[in-house]
Design a protein around this ligand. Sequence first.
Ligand code: PLP
Length: 679
Amino acid sequence: MKKGFFITGTDTGIGKTMATYVLGLLLKAKGCDVGVMKPVQCGGDDSVFLKKNLELEDDIKEINPYFARTPVSPHIAFSKENKRINEKEICAGYEKLKAKHDVLLVEGAGGVMVPLKNNYLVLDLIRDLDLEVIIISRLGLGSINHTLLTINQIREVGLNVRGVLFNQCTEEKSGVPEKTNPDVIQQFGKVPILGAIPFMRNITSKVVLQQCRAKIDISKLLKSSSSKNQTRKLQAWDKKYVWHPFTQMKDWVKEEPLVVDEAKGCYLMDTQGKRYLDGVSSLWVNVHGHRHPQLDRAVKDQINRLSHSTLLGLSNTPAVELAKKLVEITPRGLDKVFYSDNGSTSVEIAVKMAYQYWQNIGRKKKKNIAHLANSYHGDTLGSVSVGGIDLFHKVYRNLIFKTIKIDFPDCYRAPKGKTYPDYAFESLKRFEQLLKRRHATMAAFVVEPIVQGAAGMIMWPKGVLKEMHRLCKKYDVIFIVDEVATGFGRTGKMFACEHEAVVPDILCLAKGLTGGYLPLAATLVSQKIFDGFCFDYTSQKAFFHGHTYTGNPLACAAALANLEIFQKEQTLKRMRPKIKFLQKGLKRFYDLPHIGDVRQRGFMVGIELVQNRHTKAPYPWEEKVGARVCQEAKRHGVILRPLGNVIVLMPPLSMTLKQLDMLLRETYSAIQKVTMNTH
Ligand SMILES: *Cc1c(COP(=O)(O)O)cnc(C)c1O
């Protein structure tokens, strides 16, 4: 069992070194081989003290690689001596020491927000070392604020606080704060309290052990064996009881499934407390990060009012407010909102509406639905009918209705002799000819605008969407736009339609609608479509569709908060430099020989891996190259999910430059590693 903890204080002079010493002694008494590292020290003899009193055999240079004489903030102390801290060296030294001991205690310098050098805080070092944190806090009046601030700051970056250990720094008698503060901090900080180090004059190991043993619960630090057991149990139950989507379960049960237990910001945490960067927004849904305070609050507040009531025969406050808001923020000309629970149903509803619209107004021949040949609109039978990805759809061939498939060029693989994007416009000409011939029987045309997601992040050339829309209008075919994936900022604009000022007749929304919190979808329609359903009751022309959870108040409340955050945090504006950063960072990927194509629109990225760059020959699907790249990235703390041989990056819009950088770096090296030995 190898473990490491980072020991930080709520302030300097709080007794970090004393605490490290005490923890070291207690761990040793439990039979652990304890090592200590004090990567950065300014003045004093903490490292020497620890080496001597914990009887450490490691070289003092290993324990303390960076020493400056002046007791001031490290970035000043070291620049005074013309020395520069290199975090990579610290990490390498840490790994070496960790290999030698069961438990390694890494003592910080000052608190977490202390700069070690320009743009690099103690907190950044903790992240680079990827350690759980033990906070040392003074026992006494005035420590609640600093302790809670420290806890928040640590969690803000996705790290785990393992516990708070108090230190009684003076001999004064215990008063009320000494007695009550630990409970207050436990309650408000939701952290384990490890105990309190009493004031001691004599600090020989014998006395310390005697005084501290009963007061400090060291087993809380060693507990991970039980979390390991818990993980094993969950993994076993998963294999026994859960059937995973789009998964060959025969293979699944051979693997060790990662069980996600917590999340914060752009990080997911598994049952062992290991952090992973959420590189695909938990399957394209998360927008502002996990556990965004405002979203959390909105859902909690709504729980205190109403969790569910039906839209069949009744209305509810969040559903009404959200409908108004959606009409306001979507392209002008979409006037009514029909709710459902997921992307597939939002499309299925759109298709049913378009079909029934023509029936209702007496143009009964308009029955056919057209869609792009390689489209994806969901997994229910209606949405599968308008989909064209063979692997997902062919087995259900006999269950689905007939459609008209419009051929649409892959931006990467134009046919022989054709160039892109000219070819795309040629195919539009064919589309017009088809419309000319068949518009009298064509009810609607469904597309994913600008980016065809599940088809492999296929990007449309500029102008295609606008032209398709124009043609549908001209030939009186209902234009359905599926923005389930592209909506809510993914392409850099709130909705992908806005790139070409297109107002569809019907718009489908889901995935990002609730910021990734709860299942909710909306199908928005123009007044004209809506009017096609408003007749006398006896005509039986109402729209006969509705799900039990339609317009669920909790989901609608989350969606409202999601939209408020877009405004408040200026999410779209703040994405712009990040989109540029991605664009720049992605260029480097062409250095790798097996990268065929890198395509990006906003925060939607597809990296296509090929066996041969010149012939564009794909890897055989049986080799699972995409999946193997994602496996490799997972080992390095990044969660990705491929589409065949296309690696998808779809980070939450709130992902920081630093995190994007990590996402790019780990993706790059995972691709490099997996494709290195392929031919
Ligand atoms: C994901 C997706 C869907 C299906 O949404 P679900 O919520 O999974 O049913 C439909 N259309 C597009 C474009 C999608 O990306």
